[in-house]
Write a protein that binds this ligand. Structure first.
Ligand SMILES: Cc1cc2nc3c(=O)[nH]c(=O)nc-3n(C[C@H](O)[C@H](O)[C@H](O)COP(=O)(O)O)c2cc1C
Length: 328
């Protein structure tokens, strides 16, 4: 009865305050647990940083025109982070450490084959004294190999999808993109609200301009023949409990879209939209994307070239991520 006596305007104001307090809960947890501050001894955050850094090194070897000797800055940061494993006595027999060392080794081998001098790095690597593993670096594929696997059952099909950062310059059949979007539309979404939207362009000039706002496509983005921007409409959600739902529905939708593109034998690379509010507003203005949509990410797309290098992007062991629920 009391509830019914409260005027709607007051109820709305109360809801806004509650929403703020829940966002504050998100803020506090992110501030406390993310890798914002790596000066302290924090193992999980250090491993994540190492993974991101060795990934930059491995993806450099998959670009259409790799600049030999690239990445000295990030390699030095990576080396210094790997040294922290000694300093803090962390277990080195872990996926992140081993993959990073293997990727650096692969970087050295890649340059040696091309007779490019990387003598500065070899003695630094020797220090890590790992047995040579093949879990980092790149894999060379032909288009036919990818095509064959993409027709197999889902467990093989999904393993044969990779982020592709090298495209042929032939134009894409627009129907293929539409087919992939149709696949993505079968993704589950909360109460079937289907908040996801896909913006597309095949125009090189627009692709170039849009990608100038994104950090992560250097060396390959401009060679894409199609750019997709996946968004999720915030207007589909209600209340504090659904404040992050658009990112979840948008993420699930995106994964299906990537599989749809793979089925169409298109090379695609998801591109983060981890950005500032200022940049988010700027791009929305230029691309005519309404403020009420969250940009989930961009995807660069192109036809596969005959031969392609793919970043291995080694995964954690299943036992490392699969945990039995316990109730206290
Ligand atoms: C949300 C998201 C953002 C990503 N952003 C970038 C990016 O900006 N640049 C890039 O080259 N790759 C990006 N990737 C691709 C990842 O590096 C890649 O998915 C990961 O290394 C696993 O490799 P795989 O996709 O080949 O299996 C992104 C992936 C996701 C899911």
């Amino acid at each position: 009865m009391i509830k019914s006596l409260i005027p709607n305007s007051v109820k709305t104001r109360l809801k806004k305050i509650q929403l703020m307090s829940d966002y504050f809960y998100d803020f506090k947890r992110f501030k406390k647990y993310s890798g914002l501050n790596l000066s302290e001894k924090r193992e999980a955050q250090l491993k994540a940083r190492i993974t991101a850094q060795y990934h930059v090194v491995e993806k450099g070897m998959t670009l259409p025109k790799t600049r030999l000797g690239y990445g000295v800055g990030v390699i030095n940061q990576l080396l210094s982070n790997l040294e922290k494993f000694d300093k803090y006595n962390y277990e080195k027999n872990c996926t992140e450490y081993k993959s990073a060392v293997a990727t650096l080794q692969s970087y050295v081998d890649y340059h040696l084959v091309k007779e490019y001098n990387v003598d500065w790095l070899i003695p630094k690597l020797d220090k890590f004294q790992m047995k040579k593993d093949s879990i980092g670096g790149i894999i060379e594929y032909t288009r036919e190999e990818i095509e064959e696997k993409s027709k197999d059952r889902f467990s093989v099909f999904s393993q044969s999808r990779h982020s592709v950062r090298h495209y042929s310059d032939t134009p894409i059949n627009p129907q293929k993109i539409k087919n992939a979007v149709k696949v993505a539309q079968k993704s589950p979404s909360v109460c079937n609200r289907q908040s996801s939207r896909v913006y597309y362009t095949f125009e090189k000039e627009i692709i170039k301009k849009a990608l100038s706002y994104q950090s992560g496509n250097r060396g390959f983005g401009s060679s894409a023949n199609c750019l997709l921007v996946v968004t999720s409409d915030i207007r589909s959600f209600n209340g504090r409990n659904e404040r992050n739902q658009s990112f979840i529905d948008g993420g699930i939708f995106t994964m299906s879209l990537l599989y749809g593109l793979h089925e169409e034998m298109l090379g695609a690379c998801p591109l983060n939209w981890s950005t500032t509010a200022k940049r988010d507003l700027e791009i929305k203005k230029h691309l005519n994307i309404p403020e009420y949509e969250n940009i989930i990410l961009m995807i660069s797309v192109g036809n596969l070239p005959d031969k392609i290098n793919i970043a291995k992007s080694n995964r954690l062991g299943t036992e490392e991520i699969y945990k039995e629920l316990r109730f206290r």
